[in-house]
Design a protein around this ligand. Structure first.
Ligand SMILES: Nc1nc2c(ncn2[C@@H]2O[C@H](COP(=O)(O)OP(=O)(O)OP(=O)(O)O)[C@@H](O)[C@H]2O)c(=O)[nH]1
Length: 642
């Protein structure tokens, strides 16, 4: 930790040196009433922001910062309060302004990083005149997700920032993602402002949290701000600290324009909207800009800031963060991490982002086979708004045509499915998620297997070795003896239910985070599931050899519960190669659903038939056996852990 501390100090002094804004003597803290009453006139939202107005904010009057924290420590609530404080949004807009997606509102989690531009008047005492000096600042705030699956979003957001508010719950203290996020920010050389939030809670213990921050990150306790995003207490300290402790963005105002493409999404009416951070120069409406990745040139149709909705300004200057709309037809053209620059100039591309590593793969198929085109369209649209999913077409004997998708984790996969349903009305069946394994054949060729069905043990090739991905897991158990545990674990073991189990055995107290690590040699086998003797390719899994027997039995058992009895007997088997390791039989059903409709009530009969049809939509027919979607979902829980 000593090395880290020295690094940290060096980073901080470099950051201070970068901040060429004169160091104010002491900030005047805004009165608390500002937080509870209407925002003052200069902070009220304005209908638009003109180019000349934006021109009044050179880099030294700009601060770009992010809010990072462990899940639920209060990032989005704090972001809301800051937006209210600066008059960017009105009070009483409803919860979590920046969590815009339905899935975010329903789950109460942030999935997508969101940027908002605020205007803020900073007032400092002037010891010479014994009065006060005020200057206006443009602040770009990026609210980031807290869950480990979305740390890629966090690391991307940090590239556009020079500082971060590290929010820590005053009662829970430092948790696993606090550590992960601190290091993401620290490695990006950001100035870190610790914010101990939720001090209104009866169990709040800010002194203890300060001691943890000192011990783990060498943060001076006097640097910590104490806030309650709920009551407003202490919030007036936050923006003055942002101005004073975070350096302004670097960049050359006189160079041709060069910007980093931070994110992109597709809007039905406006087309592709790119979020950008201007590193050098200025971009104006009508300008021609080129992509360093594709060399394509586009005209700037619209440019502006997120205030917090898209607000056209006609221009963006050095250090500013905003949006640009060009003639891009698909987000495939808008590559995240790309450098956009003035057309016909040669520029040094910006470093961009580290490539996404997909941890979990799963097949996504239409619940109703005829809907493939609709699903294809929905996936294309959604991947436009979530570029961290990888998609390739695949065909399954059991499920027909579908897609193999790569995700950052299981929550990410879940959210993707939910968004497909909610935002695009797609009904999907997903297959058991798997991690990417590596297999070596006798001729020393290696393959990465993202779909267990694709692994062939007997196609004339002998498998000589296998490797599986591992992670370094950090677990914090804040009991009487607070402990930080670090383990290397196989990725497969943590992708399903591990977190829930950890929470349940620690009464909800343990927190968990992981980072990907190297591949490790392992003894793996492919297990097939057979229904009436037919292998269901979509249910094949790769599993540790010594667990195969137990998991096979559980899988077969589970399937028996989920597959409805049909007019004939069904045998359910788990097999490794030609060896059956578990077997169950589902006896034939005698009555059919319409048998209940005695008396010939036609409306009732129709209703029942419709209900049956609805149910069928979520079924997949394998051979002659109907399998409900839940069966696929439940299988993944069994096939992962234990
Ligand atoms: N008592 C108290 N509750 C707070 C405070 N700040 C936030 N909360 C509550 O804590 C919960 C989580 O807050 P969020 O702002 O959603 O947390 P988050 O860090 O953005 O969560 P993710 O986006 O999922 O990572 C919500 O129920 C908030 O109302 C606070 O200062 N005091």
């Amino acid at each position: 930790m000593a090395g880290a501390a020295a690094l940290r100090r060096a980073a901080r002094s470099a950051a201070r040196a970068l901040a060429n804004a004169p160091a104010p003597s002491r900030a005047i803290v805004l009165p608390e009433r500002l937080l509870s009453s209407q925002a003052s006139p200069e902070h009220r939202p304005r209908p638009g922001v003109s180019a000349s107005e934006l021109g009044q904010y050179p880099p030294e009057r700009i601060r770009n910062f992010s809010i990072i924290a462990h899940v639920d420590h209060g990032k989005s609530t704090l972001a809301d309060r800051l937006l209210e404080l600066t008059g960017t949004i009105q009070k009483g807009h409803g919860a979590q302004y920046l969590d815009k997606l339905q899935v975010e509102k329903e789950r109460g989690i942030t999935v997508k990083a969101q940027t908002a531009t605020m205007f803020y008047k900073h007032t400092v005492e002037n010891p010479e005149s014994h009065g006060t000096d005020s200057s206006s600042y443009l602040l770009n705030l990026i609210d980031t997700p807290g869950h480990v699956d979305f740390s890629y979003e966090v690391s991307r957001s940090l590239v556009a920032c020079q500082g971060a508010l590290l929010v820590v719950d005053a009662a829970q203290g430092v948790q696993a993602q606090t550590i992960a996020n601190f290091y993401l920010a620290f490695e990006s050389n950001l100035s870190i402002i610790p914010v101990i939030n939720k001090i209104d809670q009866p169990t709040a213990d800010p002194d203890n949290v300060k001691a943890q921050l000192k011990r783990l990150f060498d943060i001076d306790p006097s640097e910590a701000l104490l806030t309650s995003a709920k009551t407003g207490q202490g919030l007036s300290q936050v923006l003055p600290a942002v101005i004073e402790r975070i350096p302004c963005p670097p960049g050359n105002c006189d160079s041709p324009v060069r910007m980093l493409l931070l994110d992109s999404y597709y809007d039905e009416y406006k087309g592709v909207i790119c979020h950008v951070a201007i590193v050098d120069g200025a971009m104006r409406k009508g300008d021609k800009i080129s992509s360093a990745a594709t060399s394509r040139t586009y005209e700037v149709f619209d440019v502006g800031i997120m205030h917090p909705e898209l607000t056209p300004t006609g221009v963006l200057y050095t250090g500013q963060v905003g949006y640009v709309i060009t003639g891009m037809r698909s987000t495939k053209e808008a590559r995240i991490g790309d450098t956009l620059h003035q057309a016909k100039t040669i520029v040094e591309p910006l470093p961009g982002f580290k490539p996404v590593r997909h941890m979990v793969f799963s097949g996504v198929y239409p619940a109703d086979g005829s809907d493939f085109e609709a699903l294809s369209h929905a996936i294309e649209k959604l991947t436009c708004n979530d570029a961290s999913v990888s998609v390739t077409k695949e065909t399954s004997t059991a499920l027909g045509m579908g897609f193999r998708c790569g995700f950052l984790g299981l929550l990410h996969m879940d959210v993707f499915h939910q968004r497909l349903e909610q935002e695009y009305g797609a009904q999907v069946i997903s297959t058991i998620p798997t991690v990417p394994y590596i297999f070596e054949y006798g001729d020393e060729s290696k393959v990465q297997i993202e779909n267990p069905a694709a692994l062939s043990f007997n196609a004339g090739k002998r498998i000589t070795a296998c490797w599986e991905p591992t992670v370094i897991a950090t677990i914090i158990i804040p009991s009487d003896n607070r402990a930080l545990l670090k383990y290397r674990l196989p990725l497969r073991e943590i992708i399903v239910d591990f977190y829930n189990e950890l929470k349940s055995i620690t009464s909800g107290y343990a927190t968990f985070d992981y980072e990907d690590s190297e591949y490790q040699k392992s003894d793996l086998v492919k297990m097939d599931i057979l229904l009436n003797g037919q292998p269901v390719d979509a249910m094949a899994t790769i599993i540790h050899n010594q667990k195969a027997q137990k998991v096979g039995r559980e899988l077969v058992d589970k399937l028996k519960k989920f597959i409805e009895r049909q007019m004939f007997e069904i045998t359910i088997q788990a097999a490794i190669g030609s060896k059956v390791i578990a077997r169950e039989t589902l006896s034939a059903m005698r009555k059919n659903v319409l048998a209940k409709c005695y008396g010939g009530d036609i409306t009732r009969k129709k209703k029942l038939l419709e209900k049956q049809k609805e149910g069928k939509k979520r079924m997949k027919r394998v051979g002659s056996v109907d399998i409900p979607q839940e069966a696929f979902h439940e299988l993944l829980k069994v096939s992962s852990s234990k």
